[in-house]
Write a protein that binds this ligand. Structure first.
Ligand code: SF4
Length: 334
C-alpha cells in the first residue's frame, strides 16, 4: 500500500518560469505547461527576488563577483552590467521572498537555474557557470540554508524527469512530517522510502540500512534527527531513465510472481522492448498509470512509495470498497 499525501502541496517557484514576464528583458518561461491537470495538485507561490529588490522590469542584467554564499558572507558583490552595485537591494529582495514563501507554508521550490539570484545547483559567476559544489545565486544560497526540497526548473522539461522529482518530493515531504520518537518509527519510515534510495544510490541505501540496524534500543533525539536528515538528503538525489525502467520491471515481476496481480490489471507492459526503454513519454505514462492502478488495488509500487491523492478521491475509493457505508434501502422505502 503506498503512503498517501492528501493535502495539496504548497510550492514556491521562480516567477519567471511560472510565466510572469519579470526577467531583466521583460520575458518569461512557462515550465509548468507540460504538467497539464496535475498543476491543480500544487498551490504555487511565485516570487522574484530581483523584482522585490526594486530593480524593475526591464532592467540591466546583474552578475555575481563571487558565489551567492560569498555575497551573504560579505565577500562578493552583485553588479549590473553598467557596474552599479545592487548587493544590498538583492539581499533585501531575497529576504522578502523567503518570508513570503514561509508565510505560504512552502517547503519545496522550483528554481530558475543559472541565475545569479535564483540559481541553486548552478549560477553564473562573472562569465562562468558554477556547478553545484561551487556555489549558488544569492537567493539560491538562502534557500539552501532552509533545508527545503529544491527542484531545478529543467526537472519539468521532460515527463520522466518530472515523474522522478515528483515522487522524491512526495517521499521527502512524507518523511519530513513523520513523527519519529524512537528507533522503531525511523525503521518503519525507512522501510517505506528505501526503495527510492536503493534505486538512486545502492551503496548509500546499504549504508543507511546498516546505520539503522546498529541503532541502540533507545537512541537519543539527536541521533534520530541526524539519521532522518541523511535519509531526507538521500531522497534529493535524482535517478536515471535506465534505473527507473529497471525498477519498474522488477516491481511488476515481483507482483506477478507473488500472485498479488490475481484479477488485477497491472497493465500490459512491454518493458523489455528497446523501443519502450528509449521512449521517455511512454515510460512516464506507464509509471503514472501503474501508480494509479496500484493505489486503486492496494498494491505497493515501490518506486513511488508515497503518492498524492486528493482527500475526496481517497474517500470515494474507500466508500466503494465498503458497501456497508452505502445507504441501505429500508422496508419502508420499498
Ligand atoms: S531567475 Fe529569479 S530573480 Fe531572475 S527573473 Fe526569474 S524569478 Fe526573478
Amino acid at each position: 500500500m503506498p503512503e498517501l499525501i492528501t493535502r495539496r502541496t504548497p510550492i514556491g517557484i521562480s516567477a519567471c518560469v511560472y510565466g510572469c514576464p519579470v526577467r531583466y528583458n521583460g520575458k518569461s518561461f512557462d515550465v509548468l505547461g507540460a504538467m497539464g491537470r496535475e498543476k491543480a495538485d500544487f498551490a504555487f507561490t511565485p516570487v522574484c527576488p530581483e523584482c522585490m529588490a526594486g530593480l524593475g522590469v526591464p532592467r540591466d542584467p546583474i552578475h555575481l563577483t563571487g558565489t551567492g554564499q560569498e555575497v551573504l558572507l560579505g565577500e562578493a558583490k552583485l553588479k549590473t552590467r553598467r557596474g552599479h552595485e545592487v548587493t544590498d537591494q538583492l539581499i533585501a529582495g531575497s529576504r522578502v521572498c523567503l518570508e513570503t514563501l514561509q508565510r505560504a507554508g512552502v517547503r519545496a521550490m522550483i528554481v530558475k537555474e543559472a541565475s545569479p539570484s535564483c540559481g541553486v545547483y548552478k549560477a553564473r559567476v562573472g562569465k562562468r557557470r558554477t556547478e553545484s559544489s561551487e556555489g549558488s545565486g544569492v537567493f539560491g544560497a538562502m534557500l539552501l540554508e532552509t533545508g527545503w526540497f529544491l527542484i531545478p526548473d529543467n526537472a519539468l522539461s521532460n515527463p520522466l524527469l518530472w515523474w522522478d522529482w515528483r515522487r522524491r518530493l512526495h517521499a521527502w515531504l512524507w518523511l519530513s512530517d513523520r513523527t519519529i520518537e524512537g528507533a522503531r518509527d525511523l525503521f518503519d519510515a525507512w522501510h517505506v522510502v528505501k526503495f527510492i534510495v536503493q534505486e538512486t544510490d545502492r551503496p548509500l541505501a546499504d549504508e543507511l540500512g546498516r546505520a539503522l540496524a546498529a541503532l541502540p534500543k533507545n537512541p537519543g533525539a539527536e541521533v534520530l534527527t541526524s539519521l532522518r536528515l541523511r535519509m531526507l538528503d538521500a531522497l534529493r538525489k535524482p535517478s536515471t531513465r535506465s534505473r527507473i525502467a529497471g525498477w519498474m520491471l522488477k516491481t511488476y515481476k515481483h507482483h506477478a510472481k507473488s500472485g498479488t496481480l490475481d484479477g488485477v490489471d497491472l497493465h500490459d507492459l512491454t518493458l523489455d522492448s528497446p523501443e519502450f526503454r528509449a521512449n521517455v513519454m511512454t515510460l512516464a505514462a506507464e509509471l503514472t498509470l501503474l501508480e494509479r492502478i496500484s493505489f486503486e488495488n492496494d498494491l505497493l509500487f515501490g518506486t513511488s512509495p508515497v503518492i498524492y491523492r486528493e482527500g475526496r478521491r481517497v474517500k470515494a475509493r474507500d466508500e466503494m470498497r465498503e458497501p456497508s457505508h452505502l445507504p441501505q434501502e429500508t422496508d419502508e422505502e420499498l
